[in-house]
Design a protein around this ligand. Sequence first.
Ligand SMILES: [Zn+2]
Ligand SMILES: [Zn+2]
Length: 156
Amino acid sequence: MTADKKDSWNGSAGSCLCEAVRYRVTGPLRPVIACHCVQCRKAYSNFAAFSAARRGDLEIENPEGVTWFESSPGVRRGFCRYCGSSLFWDCDGLGYVSVSAGTLDQPSGLSLHHHIYVADKGDFYEIGDGVECHAKSHAYNWPDDVMGAEAARGED
Ligand SMILES: [Zn+2]
Ligand SMILES: [Zn+2]
């Protein structure tokens, strides 16, 4: 990506490692939630750092580069078919799509809001950043128009 490309765009954007997949977010991003569940541990090596965007605000520029894996019924995780970068977490019925915070172009302007599924974290690291921890799921309080019926679900 060139500097010019970034300068011509005011919103948030990101990409996978190989940049075959680029996306834009035309609205606000949610603060980052760190998910330490078993699925994220497997997919991300230790934990997942997810921001999120309203479903209608996420524009995937080259969706043919994204492969979707159904990790739970009604939940799919999108990754780059070429380089394997994990990019998206998408649950039926929710008004938002989670976006891997590490794939956002920097500076993201975001900060970590809380940790979830701490009870399931790997045994090779400790969490010592002072950010609030939840043993299992803990939803971020989006405005009502964003959250679907399954607002209480976590990121698993
Ligand atoms: Zn890629
Ligand atoms: Zn998780």
